[in-house]
Design a protein around this ligand. Structure first.
Ligand code: C2E
Ligand code: MG
Ligand code: MG
Ligand code: MG
Length: 289
């Protein structure tokens, strides 16, 4: 009997796996078609000065206007895009869209001092990265690249090192994304000299209830400050978190307490109405995806 059950389990397993492979194959085909049809775009989540709550920048996040499934977030397609080796194309679309949108915002009187885009390890390791960047119209300090810590694991990689230097030479700022969950050592922090650290939301969330995590976040902020590196807290979900993070010395706040990622139009409207600044969270929060 046990044997039978074992076989059934195996059957269910292979059926699930088979279904998953088919779904992934279909998604892969759709991603390639979607790239050709221009279905990928950027949404924006605002970032605020922790002291003044002034809007200072935004993170661009990839979204897929899927023809039948509607708006999809990266968890639905980023993994497959990486396997397909097209995540670089997505990163590039997001950067170019973000640059265009930054000027569209400026034309409406909204001056963001900086836009941050996420850059995959593959793109950072791409020898042609500099060629795709050097002719883009941006000024020094206007663009930041968010890189996850795992990228820096092999910091002797020549292509990557060369790209990092050239990125900095172009005036693009480097941010370490999801800090605290990866493997960055203090030594590589010193060597890399990023402009900013983004403290991962897994560390941010428990700071209200857990003294240990609060102490950890405080230490990260103090180390960063002593190195001249700014700190951004991601996943700031309540105003209590915002107040605590300010008390811990954090420079910049990003999270649902202020706004979710928004389409260009919703972002522009909220920014124009100054909907975020100086209000309590319930009324400040803007709905989005
Ligand atoms: P990330 O770079 O750490 O981006 C922050 C993610 O946290 C976003 O999810 C954002 O919607 C979500 N978030 C923001 N505030 C809060 C909050 O208060 N609470 C909670 N629970 N979540 C919050 P999203 O847009 O689904 O992106 C997920 C990840 O996908 C990103 O994490 C990033 O690693 C990756 N990603 C997004 N866009 C791109 C892109 O253009 N290129 C590449 N290579 N990766 C991207
Ligand atoms: Mg990011
Ligand atoms: Mg992050
Ligand atoms: Mg994160």
């Amino acid at each position: 009997r046990a044997k039978n059950e074992g076989r059934n389990c195996f059957q269910f397993f292979t059926q699930d796996l088979h279904a998953e492979i088919i779904t992934n194959k279909r998604t892969a085909d759709e991603i390639l078609a979607g790239l050709e049809r221009g279905e990928f775009t950027a949404w924006y989540q605002p970032q605020f000065d922790a002291r003044t709550f002034t809007l200072i920048g935004a993170e661009a996040l990839v979204r897929w206007n899927h023809p039948s499934q509607g708006l999809l977030g990266p968890e639905k397609f980023l993994g497959i895009a990486e396997e397909l080796n097209v995540v670089q194309a997505l990163d590039r679309i997001v950067l170019e869209t973000a640059l265009r949108d930054k000027y569209r915002l400026a034309a409406r009187g909204i001056d963001l001092s900086r836009l941050s885009v996420n850059v995959s390890a593959r793109r950072l390791n791409d020898a042609s990265l500099y060629e795709t960047l050097k002719d883009l119209p941006f000024r020094p300090g206007e663009i930041a690249f968010e890189l996850v810590e795992a990228i820096f694991l092999d910091d002797r990689d020549d292509v990557m090192q060369g790209n990092l230097e050239r990125i900095k030479d172009l005036g693009i700022e480097i941010e370490i994304d999801d800090f605290g969950t990866g493997h960055t050592s203090i030594v590589s922090l010193l060597r890399l000299k990023p402009k900013r650290l983004k403290i991962d939301r897994q560390l941010v969330k428990p700071i209200m209830n857990s003294p240990k995590e609060r102490a950890l976040v405080r230490s990260i902020i103090e180390i960063a400050r002593s190195l001249g590196v700014e700190t951004v807290a991601e996943g700031v979900e309540t105003m209590e978190h915002a107040d605590m993070l300010l008390a811990l010395g954090c420079d910049i706040l990003q999270g649902y307490a202020f706004a979710r990622p928004l389409s260009f139009d919703d972002f522009a409207e909220a920014a124009l109405r100054n909907h975020w600044i100086g209000e309590r969270p319930a009324s400040r929060s803007v709905q989005g995806a």
